[in-house]
Design a protein around this ligand. Structure first.
Ligand SMILES: C[S@@+](CC[C@H](N)C(=O)[O-])C[C@H]1O[C@@H](n2cnc3c(N)ncnc32)[C@H](O)[C@@H]1O
Length: 265
C-alpha cells in the first residue's frame, strides 16, 4: 500500500466531525443505475469507509451493509456514529481494499467514496471482480476542493489550498483535482455524473474541514506550531463581517461532486 493517511486518532476524530456527508443525489444516481440495469439490493460493501460518510446514507437501500477501512481509528469513529444513529443493518471492520474479507460473488454493490485514488487499483479491481455477483456494481465517487460562493472569499481559500499548502499534497491528489478523469473503472457498462453540492457552513467548521485535510497535516509536520489556519480564519472573518462573532458567520460553499458507476456482466 502506497499511502497511509487519515489514520491516527486525532485525524480520524477531526475527519468524523468536519468532513462532508454526501447529498441525496449521490444515492439517487447509484440506485437508479442499479435498478435500470437489473442489479440487486441485498448486500453492499463500502470500502475505505472512514467514519461512515459514504456508508450510512446508503444503508436503508440494502438489506446488509458492511463498511471496511484500513484504519482502526476510523472504524472506531464509524461504530460510535452507528450507535448514535441506531442503524441496525450496518457493520464495520478493519481491512484493506486490496484484500477484501468477503466471499466470492456475494456482493451487489461495492462503493468507495473519496478513496479510490489511494488504493492499489489493479489489486482492488480484481478483489471487486471476485466478490461482486454477476450484475453487481462498483461505484466510485467523491468531491473536489471546496469553493466559496462569495467573490471576495474564494481567492483567499484558493490561495490557502494552492499556494500555502503547495508541495504538501500527495501526488495522487491530481485524481481529485480532475475528478477521476484519468482513473479507468474495470467494467465497460459505465456512467458518470458531475454536479455541485452546496451547503452553508459555520466559519469555524470550514476551518475544521481545512484542518482535516491530509495536506494540512503534512504542512503541520513541516511547520510545527504554525498559525496559517488561524490567519485564514481571521481574514475570512474580516471579509464576511468582523462585527459578528465568528461562530455565527455562515459561509456559502460548494464542492464539485462526481459519481462513476459500472456493472459487472
Ligand atoms: C479521504 S478518506 C474517505 C473516507 C470516507 N469514505 C469519506 O467519504 O469521507 C480515505 C479513507 O481511506 C482509508 N484507506 C486508505 N487506503 C486504504 C486501503 N488501501 N484500504 C482500505 N482503506 C483505506 C483511510 O483510512 C481513510 O479512512
Amino acid at each position: 500500500m502506497a499511502y497511509r493517511l487519515y489514520e491516527d486518532e486525532s485525524h480520524a476524530s477531526l475527519y468524523s466531525k468536519f468532513r462532508p456527508t454526501y447529498p441525496p443525489k449521490v444515492r439517487q444516481v447509484i440506485s437508479e443505475f442499479i435498478k435500470k440495469n437489473g442489479g440487486g439490493f441485498q448486500k453492499m460493501v463500502d470500502v475505505a469507509c472512514g467514519s461512515g460518510q459514504g456508508t450510512f446514507h446508503m444503508a436503508d437501500l440494502f438489506k446488509q451493509v458492511c463498511g471496511i477501512d484500513i484504519s482502526q481509528e476510523q472504524v472506531h469513529q464509524a461504530l460510535e456514529k452507528s450507535k448514535q444513529l441506531n442503524i441496525k443493518n450496518v457493520e464495520f471492520c478493519v481491512g484493506t481494499a486490496e484484500k477484501l474479507p468477503f466471499a466470492d460473488e456475494s456482493v451487489d454493490l461495492v462503493t468507495c467514496a473519496e478513496a479510490l485514488h489511494w488504493f492499489h487499483e489493479t489489486t482492488f479491481y480484481s478483489e471487486v471482480d471476485r466478490i461482486l455477483k454477476h450484475g453487481g456494481c462498483l461505484a466510485a465517487y467523491g468531491y473536489g476542493h471546496v469553493e466559496a460562493k462569495h467573490e471576495n472569499v474564494q481567492p483567499l481559500i484558493r490561495h490557502f489550498l494552492k499556494d500555502t499548502l503547495k508541495g504538501c499534497w500527495a501526488d495522487r491528489i491530481k485524481h481529485i483535482d480532475n475528478c477521476y478523469a484519468e482513473l479507468n473503472l474495470p467494467y465497460e457498462k459505465l456512467e458518470r455524473y458531475d454536479f455541485y453540492s452546496e451547503e452553508q457552513r459555520r466559519l469555524p467548521d470550514l476551518i475544521g474541514y481545512m484542518r482535516s485535510s491530509a495536506a494540512y497535516r503534512r504542512y503541520s509536520e513541516l511547520h510545527p506550531g504554525n498559525i496559517v489556519l488561524d490567519e485564514l480564519e481571521q481574514q475570512l472573518h474580516k471579509e464576511l463581517g468582523s462585527d459578528i462573532p465568528k461562530e455565527k458567520i455562515m459561509i456559502h460553499i460548494q464542492f464539485p461532486m462526481f459519481v462513476l458507476i459500472c456493472q459487472k456482466e
